[in-house]
Design a protein around this ligand. Sequence first.
Ligand code: CAA
Length: 718
Amino acid sequence: MVDYSVNGSVAVLMVNNPPVNALGHAVRVGLKTGIERGAKDSRVRSIVIIGKGQTFPAGADIREFGKPSKEPWLTAVGNLIETCSKPVVAAIHGTCLGGGLEIALFSHYRIAVSSARVGFPEVTLGLLPGAGGTQRLSRLTGLPVAMEMISSGRHVPAKKAKEYGIIDEIVSGDLLKTALKFAQEVQSRPFKDRCLRYKVVPNADRVEEYASAALTQVKKKYKGFEAPVTCVQAVRSSAELSYEEGMKRERDLFLQLGQSGQSKAQQYAFFAERAVTKWQMPGGSYKTAKPLPVRSTAVIGGGTMGSGIAVCLLSAGLPVYLLEQNEKFLQSGVKLIENIMAGSVKLGKVSMETAKRAATLLKPTLSYDDIKDVDLVIEAVFENLDIKKEVFSKLDKICKPSAILCTNTSTIDIDRISSATSRPEKVVGTHFFAPAYHMKLLENIYGTKTSPEAVATVMKLGKTINKVPVLVKSCHGFLANRMNAPFGSEAIFLVEEGASPQEVDQVNEDFGMPMGPFKVRDLSGIDISWRINREVAKVLGTSITKETRFLGGNRYCGLNDDFYDKGRYGRKTGKGWYLYEKVGGKNAVADPEAEEIINSYRQRRGIVKRKITPQEIFERQFYSAINEGFRILEEGICNMPEEIDISWIYGFSYPKYRGGPMFYASQIGLQRVYDRICHYHETCPYSIHWVPNRLLKKLAENNVPFTQWANHVSKSKM
Ligand code: CAA
């Protein structure tokens, strides 16, 4: 795991633990032994630590977390490095993260190639750097930078790291050769003053001011997360305590975070995000299917979704034809793209160079002929089967045979769309979430005839455009919207029965959702849900009237329609479920007129308002979604609960520190969840979504641990 060799007067400790050289037990032992050996070796006058393959160690081995820790601990290895009688040089390439950066900070010198990145991402796992990182970084960079870097987990490019004082030199050419030369040069220099433990924290007397500014920032930016606040507290202690006391404080805070549910959930989310890349479908998988190259693209439709999708492609450096049906719509699409780009530059999310390059890559057009040679097309027209079929029939005639034809449908079965083409194997769903340029989920959907090659192409595309792609089998609503349907319906039923929109939103926001469902409805537009309901009715061969109480055998609430009838479409009209300060405003306040609409709706229907507890609000929304999640698993719409959780985290901003709805259900206990679902099935009999799912029942009865749910899924499908 750590190869020891001597080159002239320099010992080289080469960490060899692919893929990321994580600092697992064997690596820690190897580093300890290597330093001890180098210290004793009479040929050796300095030591280099370097990573084999792609990277310097990218941190502790996260797979060891939660298991009994084995000595030597990272701090002990670090202490050996820092107190070594010979200078130690960390030679950095790739990603020097977490425990890896701690090892580098224990070393006396740090050199890096320009492409390297350093950082403390522990906070993203609900932790803090537990081997001195919070005590040592501030001694090098000062408190504000240390507080920001550690509480954000940001990866810092080598050039910036040098400005901060973390890297001593940026080097070019062969890293090992340069490191050997550097290590030789420093042999004759005294290096005790390079040990960070002896340094004082710059401007330590201003710690109060820095900490309070950092806390204000993190509480706003990472609402609900425990770790960022604790990170600031730990860094703060580096200025208030001696080095030894600070290290102890860091350890205590690390253990405190390690035991929290948030940390477990965030670690789960880390691996879940990687698990979903290992997709499978009938006839192929990530192992067997090869993606086709995507060098040019087209987006059909320049509305809100189409232009947002175009921004994603353009930002990744892909040329995009934006196709619209007339000049007016085309210009409006181009304007939307320009505005999104300008806004992203302003917020620092996109560089000026990227925005300028995007402008040259965008090709607005009104002609299907222009897109005949593109590798991939994404249709983003109105959610209407007839319109989509018309578009796909045209694409089928125009596009080259190898082109992948994607639809951004949010609900319609892929087979119904691909039936308009002679190449259903090339048709695949790429469902983006609004706003498309911001939300990270890309729900890729395969129909019965979609080829694994087409799926491999869109899974790769997802990564290219910096999304988290999740693969699901086609069905009405797919994964995310199918689960969101009972979640959203229950919100409105709760208001129908007596809760206020504010009460429902508050429960959601207290749980950690960034916005309650009624604020979301106001944002996305009450007119949109009004239209979607009509489309659903049309598919079901019926229509919605003031008297409608059931749709497709499910309970239906017409409150949304009453708001629509009053022209209250949400933010875009300055009022919806809430009142806003202006048209397009963001500040939602309760509105007596909205309350009046709700009251008169209840009166008309003879509903006597009742008091509804926060617990009932929570359970009815989240447990109904969980029940649907198990149905989705049982039907094989996805293969593992991780796919559901990642969809919620990146599609609906579900709080990562709760892991996702399925992981959360496992934490509550499936038996309890199942019992409550049975309770609501009895008390809310008119909703199909409360029929308790069989798979959930089976897993609950057999007390199956979360990690084995997926095995039961495949068994239940057979
Ligand atoms: N421990 C264990 N496994 C790890 C790992 C780690 N620290 N980092 C990555 N891996 C695994 C991944 O799970 C993945 O495994 P599979 O192929 O089996 O799915 C594999 O390595 C490759 O990872 P990625 O797919 O993420 O590769 P990438 O090239 O896209 O990204 C990376 C590389 C930037 C290093 C990214 O993996 C990453 O961010 N890793 C986590 C880094 C981190 O959080 N370090 C801090 C750890 S905590 C710590 O160090 C605490 C402490 O001080 C005590």
